[in-house]
Ligand binder design. Structure first.
Ligand code: FRU
Length: 329
C-alpha cells in the first residue's frame, strides 16, 4: 500500500513537471501541439531510489558486495542506488539509516555491523513504511521486509566436519572468531562446535579477531607463543585465516598446521587455496545481485519471501579446478 502511495506521489510529480513544461513552452514561444509533448513525459514515470548502508568498505568482501549491487542495479535504469559507508562505526551506520528515512528513499538495503544496536533504526524505517532488505548479517526480531544471506550455521558445521575428517578426528585447533556481536560470528562458531561434536578435536585457543586480518595476526602470535603444537587454524573469514598464516610464517611454523577460511572471493580465498596457503575455503556469497532482484520485486508490489538463503561451496586444492563442492545437499 505504502509503495503504491509513494508511486502515486511520484507520478503526480512527473505530471506536474510535464504541466510546467507545457506552460514554459506556451509562455516562451508558440505552443507545440500537445501530442508532441506527451510521449516525452510518459517513460520517465517510474524511478526509485534505494539507500544502501554498508557497514564498512575496509574489507574486500564488502567492496565486492557493493560492486555486485551496483552492477545489478545498472541493468535497471529505473533504479538509483545511494551508497553509504559506515566505516565500521555502529553509530555512523545508525545515523545513515535515519538519514535514508528522512530523505524518503523508496527502499533500504542494509548490511549491518552488529545485530543489537542496528535493530531499532531498521525497525523504525520498516515501521515508517520503507521496505528494508537486510543482507548477510542479521538484526534481532522481525521488523524488516526480507533477509538475504547464506546459512552460517551450516557453513560452520560443514567446516567442523571437514576439519574433523581431515585431522582424523583429533588435534589441536585454534579458532579465530569473527565479531561475536554479529550473527555470522555467532553462527560460524556454534555451527563449527556442532560439526566437531563427538570427536577428539580440542580448541586450544579461541579469540575474537573482529573479522580483521591485523587482529587475527596478533591473536595468532599469542597462540603460537602459548602452544608448541597446532594442527589447524579455523578462521571465520579469509582475511582472518591469512593473518594467522602470516603470523605462523613469520614464526617459521606455517608448515606445521593447516588453515581454513570462509568467503572464497576469487582474488582472496580462492587465490590462497591455489597458492597452497589455505587448505579449505568456504564460500560466502555477497547477496548483492539477489538484493537488487528482491528490491525490484518489492518496488513493483510483488510478494517476496521473508528469507532468501544462498548456497555455499567448499573449495580445496583437490576440487577447486572443478568449481568446488556444494555443501548441505
Ligand atoms: C566482511 C566480512 C566477511 C565475512 C562477513 C560476515 O566484513 O567480515 O569477511 O564473511 O563480513 O558478515
Amino acid at each position: 500500500m505504502n509503495i503504491m502511495k509513494r508511486l502515486g506521489t511520484k507520478q503526480w510529480g512527473w505530471i506536474g513537471l510535464a504541466a510546467g513544461l507545457v506552460l514554459l513552452v506556451e509562455c516562451g514561444q508558440q505552443a507545440e501541439p500537445p501530442s508532441r509533448l506527451e510521449p516525452a513525459v510518459q517513460p520517465a514515470a517510474v524511478k526509485w531510489t534505494i539507500g544502501m548502508s554498508q557497514c564498512n568498505l575496509g574489507e574486500p568482501w564488502r567492496v565486492q558486495m557493493n560492486a555486485d549491487i551496483k552492477k545489478a542495479a545498472e541493468a535497471h535504469p529505473e533504479l538509483t542506488v545511494i551508497f553509504k559507508d559506515a566505516q565500521n562505526d555502529t553509530l555512523k551506520q545508525r545515523a545513515h539509516i535515519e538519514e535514508f528515512v528522512s530523505a524518503g528513499v523508496d527502499l533500504i538495503i542494509v548490511s549491518p555491523k552488529e545485530a543489537a544496536p542496528l535493530t531499532p533504526p531498521i525497525a523504525k524505517a520498516y515501521q515508517a513504511g520503507i521496505p528494508v532488505i537486510v543482507l548477510d548479517r542479521r538484526v534481532l526480531g522481525d521488523q524488516y521486509t526480507c533477509f538475504i544471506g547464506a546459512d552460517n550455521k551450516l557453513i560452520g558445521e560443514a567446516a567442523g566436519r571437514w576439519i574433523a575428517e581431515t585431522l582424523g578426528g583429533r588435534g589441536n585447533v585454534v579458532e579465530l572468531k569473527g565479531l561475536m556481536t554479529s550473527t555470522p560470528g555467532q553462527d560460524r562458531n556454534s555451527g563449527f562446535r556442532k560439526g566437531i561434536e563427538g570427536t577428539d578435536i580440542e580448541i586450544i585457543f579461541e579469540a575474537d579477531m573482529k573479522w580483521l586480518e591485523p587482529d587475527a595476526r596478533k591473536e595468532m602470535e599469542s597462540a603460537l607463543g602459548r602452544f608448541d603444537h597446532i594442527d589447524l587454524v579455523y578462521a571465520h573469514n579469509d582475511p582472518g585465516a591469512h593473518g594467522a598464516y602470516l603470523a605462523a610464517k613469520a614464526a617459521g611454523r606455517e608448515k606445521e598446521m593447516k588453515f581454513v577460511g570462509i568467503d572464497a572471493l576469487p582474488h582472496e580465498g580462492l587465490a590462497y587455496v591455489k597458492q597452497g596457503i589455505l587448505d579449505a575455503c568456504f564460500e560466502y556469497p555477497t547477496g548483492g545481485r539477489e538484493g537488487i532482484d528482491i528490491a525490484l520485486k518489492i518496488l513493483q508490489g510483488e510478494e517476496v519471501p521473508r528469507e532468501v538463503t544462498l548456497r555455499s561451496r567448499v573449495f580445496t586444492p583437490e576440487n577447486i579446478e572443478q568449481g568446488g563442492e556444494w555443501i548441505g545437499e
